[in-house]
Ligand binder design. Structure first.
Ligand code: F0G
Length: 458
């Protein structure tokens, strides 16, 4: 890969256990510390000069200029919105597997802002990635390292988006992929992606947490590269979304960053980027990073609010936002650390609040999948609580595209999303947002009458 600063010794990385601090250059296939069983993270000892100050090879202004210049380059690593920031990634001694991931837009959401009682709200839409979710930014890094290490097989347990992304990157990189998903609990759009990209797709009769248990055993028995977010190389790629966002904001930190929480890899990755950017002088102050969970899949909310961050009690998770239907999140300690370091918080939202927020984001012409909409729903709660002030700047991280789960959207607009569920009564509040598809006679008059009816609406 053509490079300048990335080949200097400042970007030499190591893996360090987040619990016992032991370091390693290589780790076992389950990415667990052999001493204490906790997770590893990538650290960059070269970023510090021997006297503890910042290394001379990483002046913030030079980095910003270099990254800006690469926007006009046609080099394959430069056109990736992940590898463009490679000075802050582990050195990859080969060409990356890339689908031109990253490079995602930042949108204003005026209607959503109004609904939340905010003057303005912005959204970084990670659903605008090649396989339509944020997972691609982490998959380009981890899949590239898998290929470099000579693996023939890669695998993941997934609620649908990781598997779609992994299958695509494995195919691009000439590797085989194995997907373990909970039977009947992921959207058809996501399942169809992994089939199309050629993955061996197994629907296990269990939930996401059950799939993780099976996979962890599997990788100990066969040379299969694990691509879940316990893999620290995935989080390094995912962290670039925050770097790209700050570049889009001309390196002026917003007051708040709001992220959906499932397995908690993404919030950990984005938070890591914020702390690193502060350390390197790329930004002057830290935004507060807050995580939002669905009420039916809220183990981390309970960790934060009920157990003072001391423990995570796994639960049987259930939510229509199937992407975050996770009861035993692997990266909770990493996520807790960044929330505490940035003075953020954790909130939970109901099923009806998620559905409403998703329609509101749609009404801004942007759209997203249900798990992404917890961000706006959570923001509303945080504004009511006074944690977010109406004149503060907020960026929501939208994690998946609206077409990932069309069934949810259709049921919502037809008004039967909550039929027969305990939320049926509460769901009356959704009627004003519903746009039922109309069936009419094939006559101009029938269409004109309909138009007039809608034209008289405010
Ligand atoms: N939003 C979407 C659309 C997701 O697919 C996920 C996770 C999350 C949010 C939560 O991110 O797990 O890093 O806290 N999806 C994983 C998957 C678990 O298998 O696709 P997280």
């Amino acid at each position: 890969m053509s490079s300048t600063l990335s080949e200097t010794k400042t970007s030499v990385s190591r893996l360090r256990c987040i619990n016992c601090g032991s370091t390693a250059d290589r780790v076992d296939q389950d990415f667990r510390c052999p001493h204490c069983g906790d997770l590893f993270e990538v650290v960059y000892p070269g970023w510090q000069a021997p006297d503890g100050t910042r290394a001379a090879g990483l002046p913030a202004e030079n980095l910003k200029q270099l990254w800006r210049e690469r926007k006009t380059s046609q080099g394959s690593a430069d056109t990736s919105g992940v590898w463009r920031f490679r000075e802050l990634l582990p050195v990859l001694k080969s060409e990356p597997i890339t689908l031109r991931e990253g490079n995602t837009p930042l949108y204003d959401l005026p209607r959503s802002a109004h609904a939340a009682g905010m003057q303005s709200v912005q959204a970084k839409h990670q659903g605008m990635n090649p396989t339509a979710s944020f997972k691609d930014t982490g998959m380009t890094t981890a899949a590239s390292f898998a290929r470099l290490e000579g693996f023939r097989w890669v695998a993941c347990a997934s609620t649908g988006n990781t598997s779609a992304s992994m299958a695509a990157y494995a195919a691009r990189g000439g590797m085989r992929s194995l997907v373990l998903i909970p039977e009947g609990k992921i959207s058809w759009g996501k399942l169809s992606q992994s089939l199309d990209y050629g993955a061996v797709t197994c629907q296990l009769r269990t939930d996401f947490d059950g799939c993780v248990r099976v996979l962890n055993e599997l990788v100990k028995r066969r040379p299969i590269y694990l691509l879940n977010s316990v893999n620290p190389y995935r989080l390094e790629g995912q962290k670039t979304a925050a770097i790209e966002l700050l570049e889009q904001l001309d390196w002026q930190s917003p007051d708040h960053f709001i992220v959906p929480g499932g397995n908690l890899g993404n919030s950990s990755a984005l938070g890591k980027a914020l702390l690193e950017m502060k350390e390197l002088g790329l930004i002057a102050r830290l935004p507060r990073l807050s995580v939002i969970q669905a009420e039916g899949a809220n183990p981390f909310y309970r960790t934060f609010r009920e157990y003072a961050g001391k423990k995570l009690v796994p639960m049987q998770a259930d939510t229509l936002a199937t992407a975050i239907r996770i009861g035993n999140p692997a990266s909770w300690k990493k996520a807790l650390r960044v929330i505490q370091a940035t003075e953020g918080t954790v909130e939970q939202v109901s099923e009806v609040e998620i559905a409403l927020a998703k329609a509101e984001i749609g009404s801004d012409g942007v759209g997203c999948e249900p798990a992404s909409a917890v961000t706006l729903a959570g923001l509303k709660r945080l504004v009511k609580q006074g944690f977010v002030k109406p004149n503060e700047s907020v960026v929501l991280i939208l994690t998946g595209h609206v077409l990932k789960d069309p069934e949810f959207t259709l049921k919502f607009h037809r008004g039967d999303l909550f039929t027969g569920s305990p939320h049926e009564k509460e769901a009356g509040a959704l009627v004003p947002q519903q746009r039922t598809p109309l069936v009419l006679d094939a006559s101009v008059d029938a269409v004109l009458q309909t138009l007039e009816r809608f034209d008289s609406e405010k």
